[in-house]
Every structure is written in structure tokens, then in C-alpha cells.
Design a protein. Structure first.
Length: 129
């Protein structure tokens, strides 16, 4: 596969990686699992257990495992056709996916701030005599 096509795949494949990682670590549908994992990551006696549960609460950590899954599932590799291309692909995908998640987090923060400002403006208008 030509390098230009590999780069296009890099940016496209990072989208579902970011989506899955964000959904599992932030969205309401996984809240109970995340709260359980957060508690276990703080209270387990063994370090390995604490780290295993922590992975499910951190979008950066979880994106590594998600990227590994997607690379194995799709057979994607970057620059080199052997195992080294797979390793490069995983880390490149994690980096791009985390850029996407950072942008999404910033966008959500901006939207929340705008909603709060609108809400405060509405409250101020309704409280006028």
C-alpha cells in the first residue's frame, strides 16, 4: 500500500479508536463500569490489578488497547510491512486518536460554557421586575 494511502488510513482509523476510547472512559452508558473500575483502581492491593482497572478509566491508556485491537482486526501497518510497521501504526494511531479526543473535549467544554451563558442570560431576563 502506498504511503499516501497509509496516511489516509491513519487519520480515518483513528476516528473509531477515539470514539470507542472516549465512549468507554467518559460517556454515561459506561458510568457504572467506570465507577467500579475507578474504585478498584484505588483500592486493590496488588499493583497489577490497580493498573488493569485504571486502564478502563483513562482515555489515553485505553486508546492504546483500542488501537492494538483495531490494528490486529484490520491488519493495518504504517511505513513497514512487517511487525515494526504494526508497532509504528499503533503508536501513530494512539497519537492521532488522542488529538481527536482532545479536540472533542475542548468542543464539549465550549458548548457547555455557551449553554451556561445562555442559561444565565435567560435567568437574568426572567428575574427582572
Amino acid at each position: 500500500m502506498p504511503v499516501s494511502q497509509q496516511v489516509v488510513f491513519l487519520f480515518l482509523l483513528a476516528i473509531p479508536i477515539a470514539s470507542v476510547s472516549w465512549t468507554v472512559t467518559h460517556e454515561e452508558i459506561f458510568r457504572e463500569m467506570r465507577e467500579y473500575c475507578e474504585a478498584r483502581s484505588k483500592n486493590c492491593k496488588r499493583v497489577v490489578e490497580r493498573k488493569a482497572f485504571y486502564v478502563l478509566t483513562c482515555e489515553y491508556c485505553f486508546s492504546h488497547w483500542t488501537a492494538i485491537f483495531f490494528v490486529l482486526f484490520t491488519g493495518y501497518h504504517l511505513l513497514l510491512a512487517d511487525w515494526r510497521g504494526v508497532v509504528i501504526a499503533v503508536f501513530a494511531l494512539v497519537w492521532i486518536a488522542n488529538l481527536y479526543m482532545s479536540g472533542y473535549a475542548r468542543l464539549r467544554l465550549d458548548i457547555k460554557a455557551e449553554r451556561k451563558a445562555i442559561e444565565n442570560t435567560g435567568d437574568a431576563i426572567s428575574q427582572r421586575p
